[in-house]
Design a protein around this ligand. Structure first.
Ligand code: HEM
Length: 396
């Protein structure tokens, strides 16, 4: 008789918010992808979990069979409201992406590089002489917001602390309080849109959000404009924070790689991809089957909820040799950390820019550093996975 694996229980209880999963993240994902291509979690209303890269790829691309309109959350809190375009299907989804994409294209993101570098340099200068830092609070949680709220959705600087707090509560706070936190961010952004509606046009993303798009040949609702603004804001913060912190964790624990990424642009670019592959903030997203279909030998019925386990798929040994290794010499990094298909991340180029600049500006000033002795990163899992603490000290 084969001995049960200690991770077997996650086949029936896979839940991003489970503290045991958060603690044994890598082991659980590797077990699922190797031993259980399609699991079924009984948590909440229950959902199938697709773990292999090819299955995730196929289902993420096939929006007709796997619809987003019932929402991306596997276990939504009571009173949950949609975020758009995440919780839409084409053609309405496509209409929104068409107007949003230009603000996040590689060219648009290139224009943000000088500012991003300046913010990153200033943040590192604040702690460089001290010899140590708590990298998440002092850098990783700051940079994405500085870029988003200064350059993409401008908001008054004094409002940022409260806005950050509410956004964090929505993703990671107690489940019962998440809908209220969402409501606060909703109110804030709605007020911002109202103020901008009555102000002269600036021809920026906020004007595009205010203009909206057509839904069924009629102008979309005001609510949809607010919920699209919410998606851009929620999408761009904790996700990139986690990846930036993940990159610095890898470099803190791998002295040879630090030298390589500074010397070789190709290693640096691969380090960014390896970071998002291994430090996936968007662990898994929900879809609803709109047809009877078979995936990985398992029958999925119309109406079943499914989870696309992006984090597991990025560690699929069929796609990636030595999946646990952070390898800056891979010829090609295959991963699903930014999603696949129509919902592929709107902000992927911006996220890559922020991770790369975070690495460059830190290493330029602090080439030799390590985890503070006796510490390990602290993670939190809610609707996303994020790093909450990373203590670094310089080596002299
Ligand atoms: C390392 C950082 C990031 C990661 C790993 C990430 C990951 C993802 C993933 C996996 C999806 C697809 C969800 C699905 O298929 O249902 C997604 C969608 C999205 N992301 Fe990101 N994201 C990151 C950064 C950003 C940034 C910087 C922004 C914007 C400022 C952003 C905005 C969005 C939006 C609006 C969507 C919804 C797109 C749609 O439904 O068409 N993300 N992201």
């Amino acid at each position: 008789m084969t001995k049960p694996n200690s991770f077997d229980r996650f086949k029936e209880t896979f839940d991003i918010e489970d503290p045991a999963f958060a603690e044994q993240f890598e082991d659980v994902l590797e077990h699922l992808v190797s031993a259980c291509p399609v699991a079924h979690s009984a948590v909440g209303a229950g959902y199938h979990v697709f773990n292999r890269y090819q299955d995730v790829r196929r289902c993420a691309a096939d929006w007709r069979t796997f619809s987003s309109t019932d929402g991306w959350l596997l276990n939504p809190p009571a009173g949950n409201l949609p975020i758009l375009p995440e919780d839409l299907d084409p053609p309405y989804h496509t209409a929104w992406r068409r107007v949003l994409n230009p603000f996040f294209s590689p060219e648009a993101v290139d224009n943000l590089e000088a500012s991003a570098r300046r913010y990153a340099g200033e943040l590192v200068e604040r702690f460089a002489a001290r010899g140590w830092c708590e990298y998440v609070a002092e850098f990783a949680a700051q940079l994405p917001g500085l870029i988003l709220f200064h350059h993409i959705i401008p908001v008054p600087v004094d409002d940022l602390p409260t806005l950050f707090h509410d956004i964090d509560q929505y993703a990671f706070g107690p489940v019962a309080e998440r809908a209220a936190a969402f409501g606060q961010v909703h109110t804030y952004l709605e007020q911002l849109l109202i103020a901008r509606r009555d102000a002269p046009a600036r021809h920026d993303l906020v004007d595009v959000l205010l203009a909206g798009v057509e839904r069924d040949s009629a102008p979309c609702s005001w609510e949809d404009k607010v919920h699209t603004t919410l998606d851009v804001v929620f999408g761009g913060l904790a996700t990139t924070t986690h990846a930036i912190a993940g990159a610095l964790y890898e470099l803190a624990t791998k002295p040879v790689v630090r030298q390589e990424v500074l010397r070789d642009m190709k290693c640096l670019a691969t380090a960014v991809e390896e970071t998002v592959r291994l430090h996936a903030p968007v662990v898994a997203v929900g879809r609803t089957a709109r047809a009877d279909v078979e995936v990985g030998g398992v029958a999925i019925k119309t109406g079943d909820r499914v989870a696309l386990n992006f984090a597991a798929a990025s560690r699929d040994p069929d796609m990636c040799e030595r999946p646990r290794t952070f390898d800056v010499h891979r010829e090609e990094v295959v991963h699903s950390a930014f999603g696949i298909g129509p919902h592929r991340c709107l902000g992927e180029h911006l996220a890559r820019l922020e991770i790369r600049i975070a690495i460059e500006e830190f290493l330029r000033r602090i080439p030799e550093f390590a985890l503070e002795p006796g510490t390990q990163p602290r993670y939190e899992s809610g609707q996303l996975r994020t790093m909450k603490q990373l203590r670094l000290c310089w080596l002299v």
